[in-house]
Design a binder for this molecule. Structure first.
Ligand SMILES: Cc1cc2nc3c(=O)[nH]c(=O)nc-3n(C[C@H](O)[C@H](O)[C@H](O)COP(=O)(O)O)c2cc1C
Ligand SMILES: CC(C)CC(=O)C(=O)O
Length: 363
């Protein structure tokens, strides 16, 4: 058990526990890391205009996302390589998600087989997908994750190329022996353990991206699966509109945790315009910079159905595996619960737009 009072404490402890190259890999953002700082800072500029004299003696944080009931509107974002943080890797993470009764999205780049993860799951697992240049490989992977029991596909669309994370390049970051992106191995023609030879991880994984992707490929994906598709990485209202026109089941406002385009706006700043554009036709989710339950409250007020957390899960994982991830989730749950009480919101539906004021709106 850790003595962490909050996610920032958990990060400090994780930094002490992790090899410096792994900490850098998890924590870094692209280029000058402007967006990395902004994702968090932008939340602090939003004011909460709370109500008083509302009965908040009973509070209900439950909600439903894509038909799946969760105990709180906080989901686990897909992040690569959990075994770098703890030997139990993604199995520890999915067990924590189950214990907290929320959804985990498994990264394409997980260090544990999808079947092992879903076998350990007590709550729904979604699968994050990159469409490979080799569409046959993607088709097989989609069939495999559906057979394994994954309930939705989260298609990442902000990655025609890897963003440049200079800390990784400097560290010549690569996976240690014994770890690999194990779900992708059958397609690795060289027969190597993917990622072990990379100088800066991006190079080792470039083969799995397709920079020619367009919205037509979302239609193709829909044609090969009946799983709901969540499109991850949208930061503009017009792209959200196109996503809906191409039949997605949900839009996830994300800048990949500031690891792709630097100086992109903080996700919370573009959320209001995107939520207005979507106008309730599909759920809007958000990730990037959520470090407090209060941040979750703000995202919901600005139109998100739920949020995802990326790095906070990894900081938890590096502090005792499953127990540490549960600590991260429960810290955020308690903070959201308290924020709702202080704002005069007994349940998720009562968190409305007029509880927050945003200083400057994009678009
Ligand atoms: C170490 C790390 C690995 C990630 N791996 C993936 C990935 O494999 N696929 C993906 O779509 N997004 C990936 N992301 C982005 C997350 O899904 C999410 O968008 C981001 O972490 C949210 O921001 P936060 O870390 O500030 O919560 C990764 C992020 C981090 C920090
Ligand atoms: C192979 C890695 C570059 C994956 C990753 O770190 C990411 O998706 O952000």
């Amino acid at each position: 058990m850790s003595d962490a009072l909050n996610i920032f404490d958990l990060e400090k402890l994780a930094k002490e526990n992790l090899p410096p190259t792994a900490y850098d890999y998890y924590s870094s953002g692209a280029w000058d890391e402007v967006t990395l700082r902004e994702n968090c800072n932008a939340f602090n500029r939003i004011q909460v205009h709370y109500k008083v004299m509302v009965d908040v003696s009973k509070r209900d944080l439950t909600t439903t996302v894509l038909g799946q009931k969760v105990s709180m509107p906080i989901l686990l974002a897909p992040t690569a390589f959990h075994k770098l943080a703890h030997p139990d890797g993604e199995v520890a993470t999915v067990r924590a998600a189950g214990a907290s009764n929320t959804i985990m999205t498994l990264s394409s780049l997980s260090t544990t087989k999808v079947e092992e993860v879903t076998a350990a799951a007590k709550s729904p697992v979604w699968f994050q997908l990159y469409i490979n240049k080799d569409r046959g490989f993607t088709r097989d992977l989609v069939a495999r994750v559906k057979a394994a029991g994954c309930k939705a596909l989260m298609l990442t669309v902000d990655t025609p190329e890897w963003g440049r994370r200079e800390r990784d390049v400097r560290n010549c970051f690569h996976l240690p022996p014994g770890l690999s992106a194990i779900n992708l191995i059958p397609s690795n023609e060289r027969g190597e353990f993917i990622g072990q030879h990379g100088a800066g991880m991006g190079q080792a994984f470039t083969w799995m991206l397709d920079p020619s992707l367009t919205w037509k490929d979302v239609e193709w994906l829909r044609s090969i699966t009946d799983l709901p598709i969540i499109v991850k990485g949208v930061c503009r209202p017009d792209d959200a509109e196109l996503a809906i026109q191409h039949g997605v089941s949900a839009v996830l406002v994300s800048n990949h945790g500031a690891r792709q385009m630097d100086t992109a706006p903080a996700t919370i700043e573009v959320l209001p315009a995107i939520a207005e554009q979507v106008a309730g036709r599909v759920p809007v989710l958000l990730d990037g910079g959520i470090r407090r339950g209060l941040d979750v409250f703000k995202a919901l007020a600005l139109g998100a159905t739920a949020v995802q957390i990326g790095r906070p899960v990894l900081w938890g994982l590096a502090n005792g595996g499953q127990q540490g991830v549960q600590t991260a989730l429960e810290l955020l749950r308690k903070e959201l619960d308290l924020a709702m009480a202080l704002a005069g919101c007994p349940d998720i539906a009562s968190i409305k737009r007029d509880f927050v004021k945003v200083p400057n709106r994009h678009f």
